[in-house]
Write a protein that binds this ligand. Structure first.
Ligand SMILES: Nc1nc2c(c(=O)[nH]1)N[C@H]1C(S)=C(S)[C@@H](COP(=O)(O)OP(=O)(O)OC[C@H]3O[C@@H](n4cnc5c(N)ncnc54)[C@H](O)[C@@H]3O)O[C@H]1N2
Ligand code: MOO
Length: 364
């Protein structure tokens, strides 16, 4: 579940695989009355062929014997007993084919049931089993290594002595899991270029995620390390606030590295705009959900002069389709995000109250 079909799902069998009774009653051949000869239950092999004027008691789901032209429901028939199984009379004559599910009604062997790339839902799992599958091939879940950079980060207790608590170590792994990725390891790496180089080159995950160190500060080592190991920068900064130093690089062996900025809400902006599409693509899904999610803004949101803004919003339960911008949305803050269900995309120049804007869902 939650994985995408790696190959198309084709029926391994006709469905139903045999002409099946849709009701409890009698399978009959031709016009009545009929001589009743024995019974056939679901799961049993079909009884011998019926001749004109013959009937057999039948259960829902049982194979209809050859020669049968219809099923008479139990409530529509009456058996007049005699020494030899009895005679069946129907209130009204059954239509030809009545209450018989013909073989292949739902699909023929080889029919395309589901295209590759579709997310396996409970219904698809059930359909695959009904159509004869014991297993289906899915695109494996992408595995991520998370490298949290910064000497100033504390792992416990309140911030002290100019140091701050690491908010991203606790935030990212469960979010990645909710996004369908596996987290191999979460490592903290001090402000040391060589340690970062070793951590990046030593990772064997499908995607490496770093936090912090993306800017041009004295101990921001992500760029120099990527340069040194020969990575190719595909995205080196984005005109978005917060999050503008985010980056996407290809490591020499072709695996992606997503560099999230250190400011926590800036890192979140990098997750929803860069990491989510990368994880979706690795999982065999379209990079962006379709249709895109939009909402009507309950209030005006001022814009940046040149860049797009991402602002945490919460949907307003009493007004479907409306989202309220939240406060405490500074790049270093998580308080607004904690109450949010998405990040609204505010174009340069801002958006008026009532404007319809795209909302990037958080996916948790
Ligand atoms: N001269 C400039 N300085 C900065 C610019 C700029 O354009 N010119 N951009 C600022 C913006 S915007 C951001 S965002 C940050 C991005 O910087 P880095 O990715 O290099 O991140 P750090 O410098 O390592 O940390 C920034 C900030 O975030 C705190 N931090 C880092 N990691 C965590 C964590 N895991 N949990 C909680 N807080 C974290 C760190 O202590 C810093 O306060 O650069 C600006 N500077
Ligand atoms: O990108 Mo920075 O995130 O504006 O804080």
């Amino acid at each position: 579940m939650g994985r995408v079909l790696a190959r198309e799902l084709t029926a391994r069998t006709d469905l139903p695989a045999f002409d099946t009774s849709a009701m409890d009653g009698w399978a009959v051949a031709g016009a009545g009355p009929w001589r009743v000869r024995g019974q056939v239950l679901a799961g049993q092999r079909a009884a011998g062929a019926l001749g004109e004027g013959e009937a057999v008691r039948i259960a829902t789901g049982a194979a209809v014997p050859e020669g049968a032209t219809a099923v008479v429901r139990r409530e529509d028939g009456r058996v007049e007993p005699d020494a030899d199984g009895g005679t069946l009379h129907a209130g009204r004559p059954p239509r030809p084919g009545q209450d018989i599910r013909p073989r292949g009604q739902e699909c023929r062997a080889g029919d395309l049931l589901m295209a590759a790339g579709r997310m396996v839902t409970p219904a698809i799992a059930g359909l695959a089993a009904a159509a004869g599958y014991d297993e289906v091939a899915v695109v494996p879940r992408p595995e991520a290594d998370v490298l949290v950079l910064g000497d100033e980060l504390l792992r416990s207790g309140p911030p002290r002595d100019g140091r701050v608590r690491d908010a991203l170590g606790p935030l990212l792994p469960p979010w990645l899991a909710a996004l369908g990725a596996g987290v191999r390891q979460v490592r903290t790496v001090g402000d040391d270029a060589e340690a970062l180089r070793r951590a990046v080159t030593g990772s064997t995950a499908d995607v490496v995620v770093t936090t912090g160190g993306t800017a041009a500060g004295p101990v921001d080592f992500v760029h120099p390390v990527l340069r040194r190991i020969g990575a190719r920068l595909l995205v080196d900064g984005v005109a978005v606030r917060p999050g503008h130093p985010m980056l996407l690089a290809l490591l020499p062996d072709g695996r992606p590295l997503v560099g999230l900025p250190g400011n926590p809400l800036a890192a979140v902006a990098g997750v929803v705009t860069l990491l989510v599409p990368v994880l979706r693509a690795l999982a065999g899904r379209p990079a962006h959900p379709h249709p895109e999610h939009t909402a009507r803004l309950a209030e005006e949101v001022p814009g940046h002069r040149t860049d797009t803004r991402l602002v945490p919003v919460a949907s307003v339960p009493e007004h479907a389709g409306t989202a309220r911008p939240l406060g405490f949305h500074g790049p270093a803050m998580l308080r607004g995000l904690a109450a949010a269900d998405g990040m609204a995309v505010i174009p340069p120049g801002g958006a008026a109250a009532g404007a319809v804007v795209e909302v990037l869902r958080l996916g948790w």
